[in-house]
Design a protein around this ligand. Structure first.
Ligand SMILES: *Cc1c(COP(=O)(O)O)cnc(C)c1O
Length: 392
């Protein structure tokens, strides 16, 4: 289907400059292939930043969204609706904790805001997070985020939030005591460049939080919904947090977030204490249900694991690549110099979309429906571009 749009509007004439003007304007997509305004096609290996788990225009999403919007649109949170209850029930079953309870919102920042507010219900206010972490841009979520360049222009932020080195349990133990309300960590730091903590770290955090009666929050916004080969990014360590935050892949490409409390001792909001108008919108949750169902039916988490192995084997041997980090289809490719932005630009010229979360890392987070042929095409073009960048 083609949609007619006025194609002469330029970014800088109408948009605020918070992102800088993007150099590519996309007009359509099907699966992993997206097309820009000039008709150039790209293989989308960023997936809307780990968001389009089923790629673009997936028939199951199109059907679910069309059916829902044709049946019942937005209802506000004054009313319940079947799709919302069904997705909440599904998420609870994925956590394997029948006492889990779901709060729906619209984004990752909002999910973390909800977790932050929930932590106040412990009667305590001290929080420990990690350096370089990313938890969102709203003032509460930004206060949790451990990246000075994002924080500094907006100080003063929320007080009593300490940041320690990610993956270092000794530092974490020094910062946490029984006065701490919550510890929030990404199971794998996404925006920081796909940083995987040492195996055992998450379990050590669990033990430490149990010891001091501290809420453990795992921000699974980027690592959730099957991307890392399990439903939630922490599952390899066989422990559970007290709170999970989700967004990105949760809505199958539509805006949807969730804050899930686990365990019957985790605090809960009382009626009226928290809310959001659009959270759990019927159309967004219908898309989320469709995405989960396709991930299960097509065993996409299993293929994510096998593509991880293939990508690591093939990419690690390329000259200039220092390491290949990550799990499932959230992969960071470490480079031996600060040319990631240049490389990402060259890849875009050659028809592959990726991003550079920092100067020496390329991140890929393709849709989970990616095929072996597309994975190999990426590896080939990446190899060629690396040769050119290193030679040039
Ligand atoms: C993207 C991201 C967020 C923020 O999500 P938004 O939907 O952009 O607000 C929070 N935490 C993590 C780990 C993320 O990757």
């Amino acid at each position: 289907m083609t949609i007619k749009r006025n194609q002469s509007i330029t970014w800088s004439d109408v948009m605020q400059n918070n992102y800088g003007a993007p150099s590519i304007t996309l007009t359509s997509g099907k699966g992993l292939v997206v097309t820009d305004i000039n008709g150039k096609r790209y293989l989308d290996f960023l997936g809307g930043i780990a968001t389009n788990v089923l790629g673009h225009a997936h028939p199951a999403i199109v059907k679910a969204v069309s059916k829902q919007i044709a049946t019942l649109g937005h209802v506000s949170n004054l009313y319940s609706h079947p799709a919302g209850l069904e997705l909440a029930q599904k998420l609870i079953s994925l956590t394997q904790d029948p006492t889990a309870r779901v709060f729906f919102c619209n984004s990752g920042a909002e999910a973390n805001e909800a977790a932050l507010k929930l932590s106040r219900k412990t009667g305590k206010s001290r929080i420990v997070a990690t350096n370089n972490s990313f938890h969102g841009r709203t003032m509460g979520a930004l206060s949790l985020t451990g990246q000075p360049e994002k924080r500094n222009p907006f100080k003063p932020l929320i007080k009593n939030i300490k940041h320690v080195t990610f993956g270092d349990i000794t530092q974490m133990r020094k910062a946490v005591n029984s006065k701490t309300a919550m510890v929030i960590v990404e199971p794998i730091m996404g925006e920081a460049g796909v940083i995987v903590p040492p195996l055992g770290y998450l379990k050590q955090l669990r033990d430490m939080c149990n010891e001091h009666g501290v809420l453990l929050v795992f921000d699974c916004v980027q690592t959730g919904m099957g991307r890392t080969g399990t439903w939630f990014g922490y599952e390899d360590e066989k422990i559970r947090p007290d709170v999970i935050t989700l967004a990105k892949g949760l809505g199958g490409g539509l805006p949807l977030g969730a804050m899930i409390s686990l365990g019957s001792n985790t605090p809960q909001f009382a009626p009226g204490e928290h809310g959001t108008t659009f959270g759990g919108n019927p159309v967004a949750v219908a898309a989320g249900l469709a995405a989960i169902s396709v991930i299960e039916k097509n065993r996409l988490m299993i293929s994510a694991k096998s593509f991880e192995k293939r990508l690591k084997i093939k990419l690690e041997v390329i000259r200039g690549v220092t390491e290949v980090r990550g799990r499932g289809l959230l992969i960071g490719i470490g480079l031996n110099g600060n040319y990631a932005k240049e490389l990402a630009g060259l890849l875009a010229d050659r028809g592959i979309l990726v991003n550079a979360p920092n100067a020496n890392t390329i991140r890929i987070a393709p849709a989970l429906i990616v095929t072996k042929v597309q994975i190999d095409k990426f590896i080939n073009i990446f190899t060629q571009c690396m040769q050119e960048v290193i030679r040039g």
